[in-house]
Write a protein that binds this ligand. Structure first.
Ligand code: ZN
Ligand code: ZN
Length: 594
């Protein structure tokens, strides 16, 4: 047989025992069938399990049936591949008409595992659109299919690989957009980067137990892939391994897996649930980003860190179970998880990254653990359903815009440890009616409470040294403010606080600041009142039960006599009346004294 002029052996009957035959429709191998495969009567090449399979394939096969040609390479495959002779011939033939069988028992590699991207045109079958089916079963010593070997063979529907194969190189089958299924032999240890990338017709793949390495985006953009089982032999999944597999509904991860690479399942928009193995210690960034059908996830107790944007844009995610092993939630980790309604963060958590829950518009409640020392900027920005939040004593500052635009937030309990509330921390919290700032606070950042249009009263502590620009700007309902004279005022602190401006004008002041300063000086009982308020708030926070029960138990801690300069008896009586109204009622009551 000449090295270039391979005859069209369409009538050649292959009888070699190394020839592997399987149904052209369902891909079942002859060995798995009760009867022999039946040949198509017209071309004598296509084989099927039964009439149903033949009928199923006919729509596709009809156009090619009589034009099919079989090319068999029995010997000297190495030279014919290297010289490019076979490729040159394949490039002249019509699309999807060639059945190629290579059965050279001496060949160990097809293509080159070290082929660089610049030399990819040398890959033996690159862009051979004439290939319909390839059978390498007879290459009994074949160990590797090199980089780009069959890339862009866009008509290739089936590849049969020999049991000797250990490596599939980078891009080896990338863009084989007609490939529907592939059986990887049990000898395979390594699948290179992009090996089956953009094989958009691939519906299923079985990864063998021998596999130890799955490269970057190995199955990226396999948009028809519905299920995958990852074998026990793998400890990590490469970056983007199954990224953009938009039909993937079922994934089984083994207990051996410790790392999920970056974007491993990003944009897998059909994935509904995910069980992560107990072996997993790290979830790469964007690992499940924009998995828009994912509804629930249970995180394993081996996990210490959730990397950035790991679940960002998972718009159907309603429930996440965190374990006590977790210490860090990275930035954007749950950004725009718009179905997430409640979150209980574990007692092990120390850091919550920037914008971690930004735009979680269904989140109504969140419990922050006492272990938390850092709450980064924008952490709960635009959580427009969040009604209340209790911040732990471990926090010393609230970062920029941390609750920005939480338009349903009516109540917030700030810890005694807090020294700084940074810029825009509560800006546009349009439902917030009152806030008690702790005695530890020294600084309020720019617009910290700007546009809190429902805020009516605020008591600023003596510890406060700085009120930055526009802290209360556009708080149009703000009427009562207790402001210490120690505080340095930035520009426009009370800009457009219409109610307060009117009050100041009525008292004969042409701006708010001197009016408040003047008022403050006249407050004689201020310190006692604030001390009582403080003590009472602490007692409420430390109590258990319903809101009303907390107030009753807090009141029990106050002496029921009329001692002291303040009318404590009256104070207590008023408190019982306003008990159900909580801090708001208390502040309203105390402000009658100031
Ligand atoms: Zn079949
Ligand atoms: Zn036929």
């Amino acid at each position: 047989m000449g090295s270039t002029a391979t005859p069209n052996v369409s009538s050649l009957s292959l009888s070699s025992e190394t020839q592997y035959r399987c149904c052209w429709y369902c891909s079942r191998g002859e060995e798995a069938l009760p009867t022999k495969l039946q040949k198509c009567g017209r071309c004598g090449l296509a084989v099927y399990c039964n009439r149903e399979c033949q009928r199923g394939d006919w729509k596709l096969h009809k156009a090619k049936c009589k034009r099919l040609t079989e090319i068999v390479v029995d010997t000297d495959a190495k030279n014919r591949l290297r010289s490019g002779a076979l490729k040159r011939r394949l490039l002249t033939l019509s699309q999807g008409t060639i059945i190629l069988t290579i059965r050279d028992p001496d060949i160990t590699t097809i293509g080159d595992m070290n082929l660089t991207e610049e030399r990819v045109h040398e890959a033996p079958f690159l862009d051979c659109k004439s290939l319909l089916r390839v059978d390498l079963k007879g290459c009994t010593k074949l160990a590797s299919v090199g980089n780009g070997a069959f890339a862009a063979c866009s008509s290739l529907t089936s590849v049969v690989l020999p049991d000797s194969l250990t490596q599939v190189g980078e891009n080896a089958f990338q863009d084989c957009t007609s490939l529907t299924s592939v059986v990887l032999p049990d000898s395979l240890t390594q699948l290179g980067n992009f090996a089956f990338g953009r094989c958009t017709s691939l519906t299923s793949v079985v990864l063998p137990d021998s596999l130890t390495q799955l490269g970057v985006a190995a199955f990226g953009k396999c948009t028809s892939l519905t299920s995958v089982v990852i074998p026990d032999s793998l400890t990590q999944l490469g970056d983007g391994a199954f990224e953009d597999c938009t039909s993937l509904t079922s994934v089984v991860l083994p207990e051996s897996l410790t790392q999920l690479g970056k974007a491993a399942f990003q944009y897998c928009s059909s994935l509904t649930s995910m069980v992560l193995p107990d072996s997993l210690t790290q979830l790469g960034e964007r690992a499940f980003g924009c998995c828009t059908s994912l509804t629930s996830v249970v995180l394993p107790d081996s996990l210490t860190q959730i990397c950035k944007a790991a679940f960002g844009g998972c718009t159907s995610l309603t429930s996440v179970v965190f374990q006590d092993s977790l210490t860090e939630i990275g930035k954007w980790a749950f950004q725009e998880c718009t179905s997430l309604t409640s979150v209980v963060l574990p007692d092990s958590l120390t850091q919550l990254g920037k914008a971690a829950f930004l735009g979680c518009t269904s989140l109504t409640s969140v419990v922050l653990p006492d272990s938390l020392t850092q709450l980064d900027r924008n952490a709960f920005q635009e959580c427009t359903s969040l009604t209340s939040v209790v911040l732990p004593d471990s926090l010393t500052q609230l970062s920029d815009a941390v609750f920005f635009e939480c338009s349903s937030l009516t109540s917030v309990v700030l810890p005694d440890s807090l020294t700084h509330i940074r810029d825009s921390a509560f800006q546009d919290c349009t439902s917030l009616t009152s806030v008690v700032l702790p005695d530890s606070l020294t600084q309020l950042g720019d617009r910290a409470f700007g546009w809190c249009i429902s805020l009516t009263s605020v008591v600023l502590p003596d510890s406060l040294t700085q009120l930055s620009e526009g802290v209360f700007c556009n708080c149009t309902s703000l009427t009562y403010v207790v402001m210490p004279d120690s505080a340095e005022l930035g520009d426009d602190v009370f800009m457009d606080c219409n109610a307060l401006v009117d009050k100041a004008a009525l008292a004969g002041f042409n701006s708010v600041e001197p009016y408040l300063r003047d008022r403050y000086i006249s407050i004689t009982l201020r310190k006692l009142v604030l001390r009582l308020l403080r003590k009472y708030n602490q007692a409420v926070n430390n109590a258990y039960g319903t809101e009303a029960e907390k107030h009753v138990s807090a009141l029990a801690q106050f002496p029921a006599d009329d001692s002291g300069s303040l009318e404590v008896g009256l104070f207590l009586q008023k408190m019982i009346v306003s008990g159900g109204d909580g801090v708001k009622g208390l502040v309203g009551y105390i402000l009658k004294f100031v």
